[in-house]
Design a binder for this molecule. Sequence first.
Ligand code: GUN
Length: 283
Amino acid sequence: MAVRIDGKAVSAAVRARIKAETEEFIRATGVTPGLAVILVGSDPASQVYVKNKKKACEELGFYSESYDLPAETAEGELLALVEKLNGDSRIHGILVQLPLPAHIDEKKVIRAIVPQKDVDAFHAENVGHIMIGDYRFLPCTPAGVMELIHSTGVKVEGKECVVVGRSNIVGKPMAMLLLHENGTVTVCHSRTANLKEVCRRADILVAAVGRPRFVTADMVKPGAVVIDVGINRLEDKKLCGDVDYDAVEPVAGYLTPVPGGVGPMTITMLMKNTLAAAKATVE
Ligand code: GUN
C-alpha cells in the first residue's frame, strides 16, 4: 500500500519558511514582494488558480494586483498592460494565466514579460537558465514535484525517472530538474511505443498528460514513487488526476493524491520565485 504524499503539509512547511524569509526581507529593505496576476476570460479552472494565488499572497504578506480582463481583450491591450507592469517598481512578478483565448498569441505575451519578472519561468531566457542548471527561477510545478519527491526521502540520483508528457510548462522542465539531480530520465508522449513497459521501469514516475486516470496499475513498478500532476475535471464535476489512484495505490511505494498533491506546491513555488525576484532588485 502506497504512502500518501501530503502536498498540503509539504506546502505548508515550505510556505512557513517563505513567510519568515519575507518578513526578514521586508524588515531589512522596506521592500514588499509584489505579484501581478492577469486572467483573460472566465475559464473556471483558471479562476480557481488565480483566486488561490491571490490568497497565497495575502497569507505571506505580499503585495498583489489582479487583473480580470474580458475574453475579447485585444492582444495589444494585454501587451500594453504587461509593458506597464514591467516598469512598475512595486511589481516583482508578473503572471499571465494560461491558456489565453485563441486570438492572443501566447508566445508573444510570454516574450513581452521582462525575464526578471517572469516568475513562471516561461520566457526563453529563463528556460535557457533551467537548461544549463543556472537558475534564476525554478519552474513552479516541476519544482513543486521535486519538493514532494524529496519529502519521501527517496534519492533521485541513479534512479530511472520517467516523465509522461512533454509540455513546456511541466514535462520538459521536469526532465531537466530530475536530470540535474542525476536521475536517468526518459520523457514519454503520445507517440511513445511500449509506453506501459517504459513506465514500468520507473523508480520515479511523473504523470503530466492531462488525461484522467491514464496511468493504470500495470504501468507502475512495485514500490515506485508516483507523482500525479494532472488536474482533470470529470463530467460529475469531481477532480481527478492522470493516475488511477485507487488501482495504483496497492502497487506504488509513494503516491500523490488529486487534489491535495502537486496543486498546492505549484503556488508555493510561485511565491518563492516572487520573493527571489524582489530580492534580486535590491542585490
Ligand atoms: N496554467 C496552468 N498552469 C499554469 C502555470 O503554472 N502558470 C500559468 N501562468 N498558467 C498556467
